[in-house]
Write a protein that binds this ligand. Structure first.
Ligand code: ADP
Length: 395
């Protein structure tokens, strides 16, 4: 069966078409600058790459164009071949605790989470509505970044703030990258043939989060009410003292929104290094001896190591640690630096095993107390798996 995995942003729409259950990618692509005038799209299929410019006035035009192209490129022969569409949704609030088949009523319920993710959820809803309009007989499934974290207990997800902020305004930790952490958990559980693994999953990309998992359930995760919290990231600061905001506001005259924007977009690797948010650029500058790049890398690795040590304690000893996402999968240097900072846990890297990028591999020596794996993540595939399962169960 063919399943379409979709990630709709405010001005973009990414898709991957899978043959399931074979997990084979038939086509993938992205529609960019939707509603911005100079829009275009690219589609990759059977070794070909198509790029076209077209005025994509809104998401429904992008979706209709996608369907027309899939048929005219003979990737599918009719729309009915696609048996389900899975949508990535950043925020499911406290309402959506697992993937669901959408209907009009649930779309309205999802819209109630818009305040919690104002940059993402309204765009996802535009995507869902566009597909519902173009493919009214095809099940539309939503897969939430927050859902995997819904097993966190109150003592983990509550902030030590006035309790009524939680009761009245839903201020609590939600966690993100859940679809990725769930994929890592599934992959390691299947590979090691165990359902009771205690895993520390480190998703280190442009955004980053560390999650503690016990027996397939999240115990705690580093991101919080928003993706701003936790470890240091490409442009986000991670955990900081909240009083900095009022202090810098008084010093600079910037308001809260402007400062929050700085915490999200001008901090992290970019803020400290002053060079780039891209870890490759920072790595290169560090190799050339740039002191702020070296400092940024040291801080970046230390924050990840601190979370690993904290979660090892929370889990009462982890069985396995995993690195994933852009940096985790590709930067042997960053993996080595992080592991050097958790030596007290008895974790020992094998430098020769660590010398690669982008594959599933064990990178620790035989006498390492906790094995560390690199596990390439695949959120699109995880969305397609959920979509397939819900479609099959619904028939
Ligand atoms: P996003 O959070 O946007 O999905 P990714 O998971 O794609 O981000 O990660 C992007 C990060 O991965 C960038 O900082 C990039 O520099 C880093 N990255 C990709 N390839 C390499 C590499 N070969 N070496 C070091 N870092 C890499």
């Amino acid at each position: 069966m063919k399943i379409l995995s979709v990630n709709a942003g405010s001005s973009s729409l990414k898709f991957t078409l899978f043959e399931m259950p074979a997990k084979e990618v038939i086509a993938s692509g992205v529609f960019e600058k939707i509603g911005l005038g100079d829009s275009f799209y690219t589609i990759k299929y059977s070794g070909e790459k198509l790029r076209k410019e077209k005025n994509l006035f809104d998401h429904s035009i992008a979706v209709n164009t996608l369907i027309e192209e899939l048929i005219s490129l003979q990737i599918i022969s009719s729309l009915e071949e696609i048996e389900g569409v899975g949508h990535r949704i950043v925020h499911g609030g406290s309402e959506f605790l697992e993937s669901v088949i959408m209907n009009e009523e649930l779309v309205q319920k999802l819209a109630l989470c818009n305040d919690l993710a104002p940059l993402h959820n309204p765009a996802h809803i535009m995507g869902i509505k566009a597909f519902m309009g173009a493919m009214p007989n095809t099940p539309q499934i939503c897969v939430f970044d927050t859902a995997f974290h819904s097993t966190m207990k109150e003592k983990e997800y509550l902030y030590p703030l006035p309790y009524e902020w939680y009761e009245k305004y839903q201020v609590r930790k939600y966690g993100f990258h859940g679809t990725s952490h769930r994929f890592i958990t599934k992959t390691l559980s299947e590979y090691l043939n165990r359902n009771d693994l205690k895993i520390i999953s480190c998703h280190i990309g442009n955004g980053g989060s560390v999650t503690a998992i016990d027996s397939n359930k999240v115990v705690d995760t580093s991101m919080g009410f928003t993706p701003l919290a936790g470890i240091m990231m490409g442009t986000r600061c991670g955990d900081i003292d909240a009083s900095i905001l009022s202090y810098v506001s008084k010093k600079t005259g910037k308001n809260l929104d402007e400062l929050t924007n700085d915490l999200n977009k001008a901090s992290g690797l970019l803020g400290v290094s002053g060079i780039s948010s891209d870890s490759r650029d920072v790595e290169q500058a560090a190799e050339e001896g740039n002191p702020r790049a070296i400092l940024a890398q040291e801080m970046y690795a230390q924050k990840i190591a601190n979370y690993i040590a904290m979660y090892n304690n929370l889990l009462n000893g982890a069985d396995v640690i995993a690195f994933t996402a852009g940096v985790g999968e590709n930067s042997k240097h960053m993996r080595e630096l992080v592991i050097s900072k958790i030596a007290s846990l008895g974790v020992k890297i094998d430098v020769s095993k660590n010398d690669f990028r982008g594959e599933f591999r064990l990178i620790t020596s035989d006498d390492s107390k906790i094995p560390v794996y690199v596990v390439p993540t695949d959120e699109e595939l995880m969305i397609a798996i959920d979509t397939m399962n819900l479609v099959l169960n619904n028939n």
